[in-house]
Design a protein around this ligand. Structure first.
Ligand SMILES: [Zn+2]
Length: 230
């Protein structure tokens, strides 16, 4: 799937999930959404021509991935005696790798933030850690969404490898501009996201109830997208 489709589908899915809190915690949700945007591109750092290397802030994470994080992932694979497959849609396109690199980014982030707070900012600024965790959760969630999106494409992926050889594939061919299913999926998600944003804001629904309904809706709509993609 193209990078623009990954970004649109992931941001719209995240807006559906967190829409209920958008106007209560705008800054926290914005930080999470930036995490989702970057996270939705990170699995494709296994392709050297990935769009992530041509975008300002995401390219920082693309390079951090190459020089800092992928060595950590390879180390973890070696320790667990798993084979690391560096090819496109190989090991980086698995829930295991997304989990490992999200934890690695969280640890690197905590080290950098602590250094910054202690020596430059000179204040512990505990709230900054909450924003960092929201950002790295966004990286994780964006990565998982990327896997769901690639599961709808013709090449398919093994999302649970190395624990399970379950192969998911659909019928969407990357780069086929005639196929507007990714665009239609994004539009459907945006309509649902608007409803989840409007729930607490316009109709005064309890945000927790809207959030719980959004989780179920998100799972159901992605199962529907998967079947439509076949
Ligand atoms: Zn991919």
């Amino acid at each position: 799937m193209l990078s623009k489709d990954h970004i649109a589908l992931s941001i719209a899915s995240a807006l559906l999930l967190f829409g209920a809190w958008l106007f209560q915690e705008p800054l926290l949700i914005a930080v999470g959404l930036i995490g989702v945007l970057v996270g939705s591109l990170l699995p494709d750092t296994d392709a050297p021509d990935s769009r992530i290397y041509y975008m300002k802030i995401p390219s920082l994470f693309g390079n951090a991935m190459d020089y800092l994080v992928i060595p950590v992932i390879k180390f973890v694979f070696r320790k667990k005696k798993f084979d690391y497959n560096p090819e496109h849609r190989g090991s980086l396109h698995t829930v295991f790798a997304v989990t490992v690199y999200s934890i690695a980014f969280t640890v690197f982030g905590i080290i950098l933030l602590t250094f910054h707070n202690a020596f430059i900012f000179q204040d512990w600024n505990l709230i900054s850690y909450l924003y960092l965790l929201m950002f790295t959760f966004g990286l994780f969630f964006g990565g998982v969404l990327h896997l769901m999106e690639d599961s709808c494409t013709k090449s398919g992926i093994f999302p649970l490898y190395p624990y399970n050889e379950w192969y998911l594939k659909g019928g969407i061919s990357t780069g086929n501009r005639e196929d507007d299913r990714p665009e239609d999926f994004s539009k459907a998600l945006i309509v649902l996201a608007v409803i989840s944003i409007a729930g607490p804001l316009v109709f005064q629904f309890n945000p927790i109830h809207v959030f719980l309904i959004s989780i179920v809706t998100l799972i159901a709509i992605w199962m529907l997208f998967y079947s439509i993609s076949q």
